[in-house]
Structure formats: structure tokens, C-alpha cells
Design a protein around this ligand. Structure first.
Ligand code: TXA
Ligand code: MG
Length: 325
């Protein structure tokens, strides 16, 4: 049974209570919906893996209400502190060495001696985390390998009956998962492009970051940035990138004002942003992929999208959606 909770004080209190008692609760963040469990309770965390059918080598992000709470679980060097101060609360996850006193269980870090920490900006998530008073482990609230949920009904379609509760907080604002940056041994590495553009992070650090490695194989991905499997975010339809001409019957994902040749024969058409704004496009990405997939077309054709700002994260997700599987 999955309880559907309203985004009010009663609903949040009920969600916090379920989490403290070891339940699994899906809740909105500003990026995507997360499927939460008490990060200090291995049995609770196992419930996330079970609901998602997620490969267990994949470590999880722990969510906290503020930087002070995060510092009880991770060791922040000067770069990590500067990034946390600049972007928290917000769509940035920091991977740092686990603090000696942290009660985050080994299942969350999948045996690594580092932890991934994030302070989300969504007021509802913040309220919930404050009430729980413990780190909440939460991957995106979808079955493993499926498109990330940006609306409560996406979560229900994938997980109803498999989780204890869902708080409906409407559509998420950013629409892309958090940017993941590792600050370990004095090195800063971008592990996953996401809601904070690389340029903004480089601006705070005062230096350039290397691009994240394209996940080649499952083994390689699990070592570099576990969870960055090549074929993540997969719709049922095949995804065709850099489409400049549309084939009859394809579903089409547009970006900007242009109309590719053959568009009139498309089965369904959605535009990420008519003005070519990557922030607006990010917010629509997963919802549009869900909708085009639901059209039943065998292929989703995607026009070229420039790599600037959030375009880097959008193209990363689209490449994973298009990867052979
Ligand atoms: O926006 C987000 O980040 C959302 C919301 C719910 O907060 N969460 C999310 O979680 O996208 P998930 O589980 O789908 O992605 C977590 C990523 C994975 O790629 C995982 O491998 C990586 O974080 N990760 C977690 N702990 C790590 C660690 N210690 N070292 C390296 N990567 C880690
Ligand atoms: Mg995910």
C-alpha cells in the first residue's frame, strides 16, 4: 500500500514519521522526486534498492537540511566548503570523505569510504529533512534505468504499491538531477553534469574542471562515478539524437524555434524551449520524454541541442537515453 500524502504540515509530519520508522517515502526536491529512507538504517535503505530494483553497487546521495548537518557526515576541505556555501541549498551534490562519527550506513556508500551529500532547495524537502533529523538517502524515485520523475504521477506509474508513501508537491522546478562534484585528496572532479552548470562551479573555484568521463562499460562506470551507467534514463522508445530530418511516424523533441524537415509527418511533437533557453529545457526534459514515450511511437527523434550551460547535462541525459540496451 502506498499512502498519498498532501504537501501540508500533516502530510510532511506523517512522511517524517514513516521515514524515522524505517519506511520508504517519495518526496519532491527542486531537481527530481527522490525515494527517501533513513540513511542510518540499513534495512530501510534496502527497501529503496528493492523498490527500484537497483543494482546494489550503486551508492546513494544523503540529503540534509543544511551545511552544519552535512559536516557531521563528511569532511569538507576548502573547495568543498566554498562550493557548499555558494550552491547550497541547491542542485549540487558533494562527494567527500566520510566523517569518522557519521552514522550513514555502509549500504548507502556501497562500501566506499566517501559519502555523497546534498542540501536540497525545495521548501517541502527542507521541512521534511528538518523533521526527520537524520540524513535521508534518496535516489531518483523511478525504477532503475527508467526516466527520472519530475511529477508525482511519474513516481506512481513506476512505484505504486512498492513504496510506503508519496508526497505530491507538483512539478519539480529544475527538472534535472543535481550536479555531482567530488572533493577528495585536494582534487575536484565533476562526476555528473546536472542542475548547476559547470561554468558556475568553475567560477567559484577559479579554475577549469575536466569533463566527466563518458561511461563506457558497467564496470568502468561503477568505479568512476557509480550509477553513471551508459544506458540510464531509458524510455521504451528508441532515441535518435542530432535529428535534422524527421521520418514519418517518429515522435519529435524540439529545442528552439527551428522546424526540421519532415516534421509534418511526425506522430507527436514537443518543444523543450521555443526560445532555446536551456534552463527551461532542463525543466521540461524528463516530462517531455515521458509524454513522447507514451505516444507509442517506436522512435523519439531529438534535434541538436547546444552544449552550453545546462545544455551539457541535458545532452548527457539524452546520450544515456539513446545508448544501446
Ligand atoms: O538531484 C538528485 O541528485 C536526485 C535527488 C533525489 O536528490 N538524486 C539522484 O540520485 O539523482 P541517484 O541515486 O539517481 O544518483 C546518485 C548518483 C549516482 O550516480 C551514484 O553513483 C553517485 O550519485 N554517488 C553516490 N555516492 C557516491 C560516491 N560516494 N562516490 C561517487 N559517486 C557517488
Ligand atoms: Mg537516478
Amino acid at each position: 500500500m502506498t499512502e498519498l500524502l498532501t504537501a501540508n504540515e500533516g502530510g510532511i509530519a506523517r512522511a517524517a514519521d514513516l521515514l524515522r520508522r524505517g519506511g520508504t517515502v517519495a518526496f519532491p526536491t527542486e531537481t527530481v522526486y527522490g525515494l527517501g529512507a533513513d540513511a542510518t538504517n540499513a534495512r530501510a535503505v534496502a527497501g529503496i534498492y528493492a523498490a527500484k530494483e537497483r543494482p546494489s553497487f550503486n551508492p546513494l546521495i544523503s540529503h540534509l537540511p543544511d551545511l552544519a548537518a552535512a559536516q557531521a557526515h563528511g569532511r569538507f576541505d576548502a573547495d568543498a566548503t566554498a562550493l557548499a556555501e555558494a550552491f547550497w541549498p541547491g542542485p549540487l551534490t558533494l562527494v567527500v570523505p566520510k566523517a569518522a562519527g557519521s552514522a550513514i550506513c555502509d549500504l548507502v556508500s556501497a562500501g566506499l569510504d566517501t559519502v555523497a551529500l546534498r542540501v536540497p532547495a525545495h521548501p517541502l524537502a527542507h521541512d521534511l529533512l528538518r523533521r526527520v533529523g537524520r540524513p535521508v538517502a534518496a535516489p531518483s524515485a523511478n525504477r532503475s534505468g527508467r526516466i527520472s520523475p519530475t511529477q508525482a504521477d511519474h513516481v506512481l506509474a513506476d512505484l505504486i504499491g512498492r513504496i510506503d508513501a508519496l508526497i505530491d508537491g507538483g512539478s519539480t522546478q529544475v527538472g534535472l538531477e543535481s550536479t555531482i562534484v567530488a572533493c577528495i585528496d585536494g582534487h575536484v572532479r565533476l562526476l555528473r553534469p546536472g542542475g548547476v552548470p559547470r561554468e558556475a562551479i568553475e567560477g567559484v573555484l577559479g579554475r577549469r574542471l575536466a569533463a566527466p568521463p563518458a561511461a563506457a562499460s558497467e564496470t568502468e562506470a561503477s568505479v568512476l562515478a557509480p550509477g553513471m551507467l551508459a544506458s540510464h534514463y531509458a524510455p521504451r522508445a528508441k532515441v535518435r539524437l542530432d535529428a535534422r530530418t524527421i521520418e514519418a511516424g517518429e515522435a519529435v523533441l524540439l529545442f528552439g524555434p527551428g522546424r526540421p524537415r519532415g516534421l509534418d509527418a511526425a506522430a507527436a511533437v514537443l518543444n523543450l524551449s521555443r526560445h532555446g533557453d536551456p534552463v527551461e529545457a532542463a525543466a521540461h526534459l524528463f516530462a517531455h520524454l515521458h509524454a513522447l514515450d507514451a505516444s507509442g511511437a517506436a522512435t523519439i527523434a531529438v534535434v541538436p541541442i547546444p552544449d552550453k550551460g545546462l545544455g551539457e547535462a541535458i545532452n548527457d541525459r539524452l546520450r544515456r537515453a539513446a545508448a544501446p540496451r
